[in-house]
Design a protein around this ligand. Structure first.
Ligand SMILES: [Zn+2]
Length: 227
């Protein structure tokens, strides 16, 4: 193992433990539900199965190859490892998919039971690629669920899994996690809007305009050059 890879792995493990604690604090999962991974070179560091987020330590984070082979694990890799690996494998631009976050957050699960899509209730949904599809229900941990998630992610960085949860990806864990928070916020906002009757939904043309303007303004980038 090259030193840079080893350093990258240590950083990924520490980051996964730190974000796992946030997952509970932010209400995106309870107990040991949900899971997260970070790609390190041609391998993936992923949270273990059945380890409480409050007790998770960097050594508990598992390392698997892109083929699913366990490379370095004191615990059992997440049951959703096949879904994480399928999302990395399907990436059109490898740099765009450096981390995957899978939540069991209540607003998206509630929405998934009654809707086929999270519509554009707010223009911030352009940060996820547009209206977010609800993938059909398939049992957790199955290759069928991995296939359904990948199909529904087409052109999006988020997918809602019916009666299960949600998945987001990003170039790094910070971006993937921010998208999970954004997705949950959008689902909540949509539910609140429904309480006033049928809400106005932004059109594809209006979303395209937002995307174009965001690009023009380099929206979200600080002048200091920090992301
Ligand atoms: Zn799950």
């Amino acid at each position: 193992m090259y030193r840079s890879d080893s350093d990258g792995l240590d950083a990924a493990r520490a980051q996964l433990v730190s974000y796992s604690a946030r997952l509970l604090d932010d209400g995106l999962a309870v107990g040991s539900a949900g899971n997260m991974s970070v790609r390190v070179g041609d391998r993936v560091a992923i949270t273990p199965s059945g380890v409480s987020y409050t007790e998770m330590r960097p050594d508990d984070i598992c390392l698997v190859g892109m083929d699913g082979a366990e490379l370095q694990s004191s615990e059992t890799p997440s049951s959703e490892t096949p879904m994480h690996l399928a999302i990395y494998a399907a990436a059109k631009a490898k740099a765009e998919v450096g981390a995957v976050v899978h939540t069991h957050s209540p607003e998206v699960i509630a929405l998934s039971a009654g809707r086929d899509e999270l519509p554009a209730i707010h223009y911030a949904i352009t940060g996820l690629g547009g209206p977010v599809r609800v993938a059909p229900y398939v049992r957790f941990g199955s290759s069928g669920l991995a296939d359904a998630a990948v199909a529904a992610l087409d052109g999006r960085s988020a997918v809602i899994l019916r009666n299960h949860g949600a998945v987001t990806y990003g170039r790094d864990l910070a971006q993937a996690y921010d998208r999970a928070l954004l997705l949950e916020w959008l689902a909540r906002t949509y539910r609140l809007a429904l309480s006033y009757g049928e809400p106005a939904i932004l059109s594809a043309a209006e979303l395209d305009e937002v995307t174009a303007e965001s690009r023009r303004r380099r929206y979200g980038e600080r002048r200091s050059g920090r992301p």
